[in-house]
Design a protein around this ligand. Structure first.
Ligand code: URA
Length: 237
Protein backbone atom coordinates (compact mmCIF):
# COMPACT_ATOMS: atom_id res chain seq x y z
CA UNK A 1 0.00 0.00 0.00
CA UNK A 2 3.06 2.23 0.06
CA UNK A 3 2.35 3.63 3.49
CA UNK A 4 5.99 3.46 4.58
CA UNK A 5 8.74 5.92 3.91
CA UNK A 6 11.81 4.73 2.08
CA UNK A 7 15.37 5.96 2.06
CA UNK A 8 16.22 8.38 -0.72
CA UNK A 9 19.15 6.30 -2.06
CA UNK A 10 16.96 3.17 -2.21
CA UNK A 11 14.22 5.05 -4.07
CA UNK A 12 16.73 6.45 -6.58
CA UNK A 13 18.23 3.02 -7.14
CA UNK A 14 14.76 1.49 -7.72
CA UNK A 15 13.78 4.14 -10.26
CA UNK A 16 17.02 4.75 -12.09
CA UNK A 17 19.04 1.57 -11.69
CA UNK A 18 22.03 3.66 -10.50
CA UNK A 19 24.50 1.88 -8.23
CA UNK A 20 25.52 3.16 -4.78
CA UNK A 21 28.56 5.03 -6.08
CA UNK A 22 26.60 6.78 -8.84
CA UNK A 23 23.90 7.79 -6.37
CA UNK A 24 26.51 9.19 -3.96
CA UNK A 25 28.04 11.22 -6.77
CA UNK A 26 24.70 12.50 -8.02
CA UNK A 27 23.80 13.62 -4.50
CA UNK A 28 27.20 15.27 -4.02
CA UNK A 29 26.78 17.11 -7.34
CA UNK A 30 23.52 18.53 -5.97
CA UNK A 31 21.44 16.94 -8.69
CA UNK A 32 18.71 15.58 -6.46
CA UNK A 33 15.68 17.65 -5.42
CA UNK A 34 13.29 16.64 -2.68
CA UNK A 35 10.10 18.68 -2.71
CA UNK A 36 11.88 21.27 -4.88
CA UNK A 37 14.86 21.65 -2.53
CA UNK A 38 18.33 20.24 -3.20
CA UNK A 39 19.04 17.25 -1.00
CA UNK A 40 22.43 15.61 -0.45
CA UNK A 41 21.52 13.09 2.27
CA UNK A 42 21.35 9.51 1.01
CA UNK A 43 19.46 8.39 4.10
CA UNK A 44 16.71 11.05 3.96
CA UNK A 45 13.33 9.36 4.54
CA UNK A 46 10.96 9.94 1.66
CA UNK A 47 7.20 9.69 2.08
CA UNK A 48 4.75 8.38 -0.49
CA UNK A 49 3.76 11.87 -1.64
CA UNK A 50 7.17 13.55 -1.54
CA UNK A 51 8.30 14.84 -4.94
CA UNK A 52 11.72 13.54 -5.98
CA UNK A 53 13.66 14.73 -9.03
CA UNK A 54 17.01 13.25 -10.08
CA UNK A 55 18.97 15.03 -12.82
CA UNK A 56 15.83 16.64 -14.25
CA UNK A 57 13.94 13.34 -14.19
CA UNK A 58 10.86 13.20 -11.97
CA UNK A 59 11.00 9.84 -10.27
CA UNK A 60 8.15 10.37 -7.81
CA UNK A 61 5.38 12.96 -7.75
CA UNK A 62 2.15 11.26 -6.70
CA UNK A 63 -0.77 13.17 -5.22
CA UNK A 64 -2.99 11.66 -2.55
CA UNK A 65 -6.47 10.70 -3.76
CA UNK A 66 -9.51 10.08 -1.56
CA UNK A 67 -12.77 8.67 -2.92
CA UNK A 68 -16.05 8.11 -1.11
CA UNK A 69 -18.32 5.60 -2.84
CA UNK A 70 -21.93 4.69 -2.19
CA UNK A 71 -21.41 0.98 -2.69
CA UNK A 72 -24.26 -0.89 -4.38
CA UNK A 73 -25.33 -4.43 -3.52
CA UNK A 74 -23.44 -7.08 -5.47
CA UNK A 75 -20.11 -5.27 -5.94
CA UNK A 76 -17.13 -6.91 -4.25
CA UNK A 77 -14.93 -4.83 -1.94
CA UNK A 78 -11.77 -5.78 -3.81
CA UNK A 79 -9.65 -4.33 -6.57
CA UNK A 80 -9.83 -7.50 -8.68
CA UNK A 81 -12.24 -10.41 -8.77
CA UNK A 82 -12.51 -13.12 -11.41
CA UNK A 83 -16.30 -13.57 -11.04
CA UNK A 84 -17.91 -10.37 -9.85
CA UNK A 85 -17.93 -6.65 -10.46
CA UNK A 86 -15.61 -4.91 -8.00
CA UNK A 87 -16.03 -1.49 -6.40
CA UNK A 88 -13.01 -0.32 -8.42
CA UNK A 89 -14.85 -1.32 -11.62
CA UNK A 90 -17.46 1.31 -10.68
CA UNK A 91 -14.87 4.09 -10.81
CA UNK A 92 -13.11 5.70 -13.80
CA UNK A 93 -9.88 3.96 -14.81
CA UNK A 94 -7.75 6.79 -13.35
CA UNK A 95 -8.72 5.36 -9.92
CA UNK A 96 -7.64 1.79 -10.68
CA UNK A 97 -4.59 2.15 -8.39
CA UNK A 98 -6.67 2.88 -5.27
CA UNK A 99 -7.14 0.46 -2.41
CA UNK A 100 -10.05 0.06 0.00
CA UNK A 101 -10.02 1.46 3.54
CA UNK A 102 -12.42 -0.90 5.34
CA UNK A 103 -14.40 -3.43 3.32
CA UNK A 104 -18.11 -4.16 3.15
CA UNK A 105 -19.58 -7.57 2.31
CA UNK A 106 -20.75 -8.07 -1.25
CA UNK A 107 -24.43 -7.74 -0.31
CA UNK A 108 -23.87 -4.73 1.97
CA UNK A 109 -24.34 -1.17 0.74
CA UNK A 110 -23.20 2.32 1.61
CA UNK A 111 -20.12 4.25 2.60
CA UNK A 112 -16.88 2.83 1.26
CA UNK A 113 -13.59 4.72 1.20
CA UNK A 114 -10.83 4.25 -1.34
CA UNK A 115 -7.44 5.88 -1.54
CA UNK A 116 -3.82 5.63 -2.65
CA UNK A 117 -2.74 7.03 0.75
CA UNK A 118 -1.58 4.03 2.77
CA UNK A 119 -1.11 6.07 5.93
CA UNK A 120 -4.69 7.39 5.84
CA UNK A 121 -6.23 3.95 5.25
CA UNK A 122 -4.06 2.45 7.98
CA UNK A 123 -5.33 5.04 10.46
CA UNK A 124 -8.94 4.25 9.45
CA UNK A 125 -8.65 0.50 9.80
CA UNK A 126 -6.20 0.40 12.72
CA UNK A 127 -7.97 -1.36 15.63
CA UNK A 128 -6.46 0.94 18.26
CA UNK A 129 -8.00 4.04 16.61
CA UNK A 130 -11.49 2.67 17.32
CA UNK A 131 -13.26 4.75 14.70
CA UNK A 132 -17.03 4.35 15.00
CA UNK A 133 -18.73 2.72 12.00
CA UNK A 134 -22.50 3.19 11.78
CA UNK A 135 -24.75 0.59 10.15
CA UNK A 136 -28.48 0.40 9.53
CA UNK A 137 -29.55 -3.22 9.60
CA UNK A 138 -32.81 -4.94 8.70
CA UNK A 139 -33.48 -8.38 10.11
CA UNK A 140 -35.67 -11.28 9.10
CA UNK A 141 -37.17 -11.75 12.58
CA UNK A 142 -38.22 -9.33 15.30
CA UNK A 143 -35.15 -8.16 17.22
CA UNK A 144 -34.69 -9.69 20.65
CA UNK A 145 -34.06 -7.05 23.36
CA UNK A 146 -31.29 -9.28 24.74
CA UNK A 147 -29.22 -8.39 21.66
CA UNK A 148 -28.53 -4.96 23.16
CA UNK A 149 -26.71 -6.43 26.16
CA UNK A 150 -24.99 -9.14 24.10
CA UNK A 151 -23.63 -6.58 21.60
CA UNK A 152 -22.47 -4.32 24.45
CA UNK A 153 -20.76 -7.19 26.31
CA UNK A 154 -18.96 -8.48 23.22
CA UNK A 155 -19.19 -11.97 21.75
CA UNK A 156 -16.61 -14.71 21.57
CA UNK A 157 -15.65 -15.56 17.98
CA UNK A 158 -13.97 -18.98 18.13
CA UNK A 159 -12.49 -18.80 14.64
CA UNK A 160 -10.41 -15.70 15.49
CA UNK A 161 -10.31 -16.52 19.22
CA UNK A 162 -11.36 -12.99 20.14
CA UNK A 163 -14.11 -11.25 22.04
CA UNK A 164 -15.68 -8.50 19.96
CA UNK A 165 -15.29 -4.95 21.24
CA UNK A 166 -18.36 -3.42 22.88
CA UNK A 167 -20.87 -2.49 20.17
CA UNK A 168 -23.87 -0.23 20.41
CA UNK A 169 -27.22 -1.60 19.29
CA UNK A 170 -30.20 0.70 19.02
CA UNK A 171 -33.49 -0.95 18.09
CA UNK A 172 -35.22 1.40 15.64
CA UNK A 173 -38.29 -0.78 15.16
CA UNK A 174 -39.19 -4.47 15.35
CA UNK A 175 -37.03 -5.43 12.37
CA UNK A 176 -34.59 -2.56 12.10
CA UNK A 177 -31.56 -1.63 14.18
CA UNK A 178 -28.73 0.83 14.18
CA UNK A 179 -25.38 -0.75 15.06
CA UNK A 180 -22.16 1.08 15.88
CA UNK A 181 -18.93 -0.93 15.70
CA UNK A 182 -15.40 0.19 16.44
CA UNK A 183 -13.82 -2.71 14.56
CA UNK A 184 -14.50 -4.73 11.45
CA UNK A 185 -14.28 -8.47 11.90
CA UNK A 186 -15.29 -10.71 9.02
CA UNK A 187 -19.13 -10.65 8.60
CA UNK A 188 -19.25 -9.23 12.11
CA UNK A 189 -22.82 -7.95 12.28
CA UNK A 190 -24.25 -10.99 10.48
CA UNK A 191 -22.42 -13.30 12.86
CA UNK A 192 -23.57 -11.34 15.90
CA UNK A 193 -27.24 -11.49 14.88
CA UNK A 194 -26.60 -15.10 13.86
CA UNK A 195 -26.18 -15.92 17.56
CA UNK A 196 -29.83 -14.95 17.92
CA UNK A 197 -30.77 -16.96 14.81
CA UNK A 198 -31.82 -13.76 13.13
CA UNK A 199 -30.62 -13.44 9.52
CA UNK A 200 -29.59 -10.01 8.28
CA UNK A 201 -31.65 -8.97 5.24
CA UNK A 202 -29.87 -5.71 4.51
CA UNK A 203 -26.88 -3.88 5.91
CA UNK A 204 -26.05 -0.30 5.05
CA UNK A 205 -23.06 1.65 6.37
CA UNK A 206 -23.85 5.33 6.45
CA UNK A 207 -21.03 6.79 8.51
CA UNK A 208 -17.39 6.22 9.50
CA UNK A 209 -16.07 8.49 12.25
CA UNK A 210 -16.80 12.08 11.27
CA UNK A 211 -17.59 11.26 7.63
CA UNK A 212 -21.19 10.51 6.60
CA UNK A 213 -22.54 9.40 3.26
CA UNK A 214 -23.93 12.54 1.60
CA UNK A 215 -27.73 12.20 1.23
CA UNK A 216 -27.52 13.40 -2.37
CA UNK A 217 -25.05 10.68 -3.39
CA UNK A 218 -26.99 7.98 -5.25
CA UNK A 219 -26.16 4.28 -5.04
CA UNK A 220 -23.16 3.43 -7.20
CA UNK A 221 -21.98 7.07 -7.33
CA UNK A 222 -18.81 8.48 -5.83
CA UNK A 223 -17.24 11.75 -4.69
CA UNK A 224 -13.59 12.75 -4.67
CA UNK A 225 -12.70 14.21 -1.27
CA UNK A 226 -10.20 16.96 -0.61
CA UNK A 227 -7.46 16.26 1.96
CA UNK A 228 -9.40 18.36 4.49
CA UNK A 229 -12.65 16.47 3.83
CA UNK A 230 -10.77 13.17 4.08
CA UNK A 231 -9.24 14.18 7.44
CA UNK A 232 -12.78 14.77 8.79
CA UNK A 233 -13.11 10.99 9.14
CA UNK A 234 -10.89 11.26 12.27
CA UNK A 235 -13.03 13.96 13.88
CA UNK A 236 -15.15 12.49 16.61
CA UNK A 237 -18.35 14.30 17.45
N1 URA B 1 -20.80 -6.59 9.28
C1 URA B 1 -21.20 -7.48 8.34
O1 URA B 1 -21.68 -8.56 8.63
N2 URA B 1 -21.01 -7.12 7.05
C2 URA B 1 -20.51 -5.93 6.66
O2 URA B 1 -20.40 -5.65 5.46
C3 URA B 1 -20.10 -5.03 7.67
C4 URA B 1 -20.25 -5.38 8.99
Amino acid sequence: MGSHSSRLDKLISQHTGMNKREIKLTLARQQVWVDDTICTEADRLIGQFTKVVVEDQIIQDAKPVYVLLNKPKGAVSATKDPNHQTVVDLLPSCFSNLHIAGRLDRQSTGLLLLTNDGEWSRRITCPTKKLDKYYRVTLQNAIDDDCIEAFAQGMYFAYEDIITAPALLDIVDEYMAEVVLTEGKYHQIKRMFGRFRNPVLSLHRWRIGGLALPKSLSIGSYRVLSKTQAEAVFETK
